[in-house]
Design a protein around this ligand. Structure first.
Ligand code: G1P
Length: 227
């Protein structure tokens, strides 16, 4: 709804000339892009969720962005993956070194270093134990895929947790075509983690000129009281 036309709100804002800039803002939002939503009928996993989008994508390469990972960088992480795709015309996964404690929360890759920050994917294991992990490089929530991933998803059975795992489809795709893993530049916030969520909110708020001063004052107050 946020990105859709809002006729009632627009009518209301249009009545008062003082709201001209707000009206322009609301109208701009709805003209940014067309958004199509698809609901998963059942929670069958990330692979199933991606497969639901097949009819909107057809035979094009496309990006997958998992909303609980937020990445801050002047060149957005997805742009970095698209640039890599444009060089190699292959699927690309964004990866980052994760701590030992977090290895079992990610798809962990085995990659052959090719050049700075770029690996050729040799394998990927979904949420391995620390003993089974082929590295410490975790796939985070940004991917660019060639459309062949859909055929792989159609051939993917339920895996870890009884879900259709995107990771299993990536393994199938890797048997057919090269896949690259790219160690992106940027700071990632995992907002699925409570601390990551707080860090994201505080860091983003500190970047807003109209919030920074007040927030710093508030935080200084807290620290003062604790000392
Ligand atoms: C999913 C993927 C996993 C990936 C992670 C990134 O897991 O299955 O391979 O490393 O996203 O955030 P989820 O976080 O949905 O459990």
């Amino acid at each position: 709804d946020y990105f859709d036309d809002a006729p009632e709100l627009e009518m209301h804002l249009a009545k008062n000339p003082k709201n001209k800039h707000l009206l322009a803002m609301v109208q701009e939002i709805s003209s940014l892009c067309d958004i199509h939503y698809i609901r998963q009928k059942e929670p069958l996993g990330l692979g199933d969720a991606v497969l639901r989008a097949e009819k909107h994508i057809c035979d094009e390469p496309f990006a997958v962005l998992l909303g609980d990972d937020i990445i801050k960088n002047d060149t957005p992480c997805t742009r970095q993956l698209i640039d890599t795709y444009n060089r190699y015309r292959c699927s690309v996964l964004a990866v980052e070194e994760v701590s030992d404690a977090m290895v079992s929360s990610y798809g962990i890759i085995k990659g052959k270093p090719l050049e700075d920050a770029l690996y050729l994917l040799e394998d990927i294991v979904e949420k391995p134990t620390i003993e089974d992990a082929p590295s410490r490089m975790g796939a985070i929530g940004r991917y660019v895929f060639t459309p062949e991933i859909f055929d792989c998803l159609h051939h993917t059975n339920r895996g870890v947790g009884g879900e259709i795992q995107l990771t299993d489809a990536i393994r199938l795709l890797n048997a057919r075509q090269n896949i690259y893993a790219y160690e992106f530049s940027g700071r990632r916030y995992d907002t699925g983690d409570r601390m990551g969520y707080l860090e994201a909110i505080i860091d983003m708020a500190l970047e807003q000129d109209d919030l920074r001063g007040e927030l710093l004052e508030y935080m200084r107050g807290i620290v003062g009281r604790l000392e």
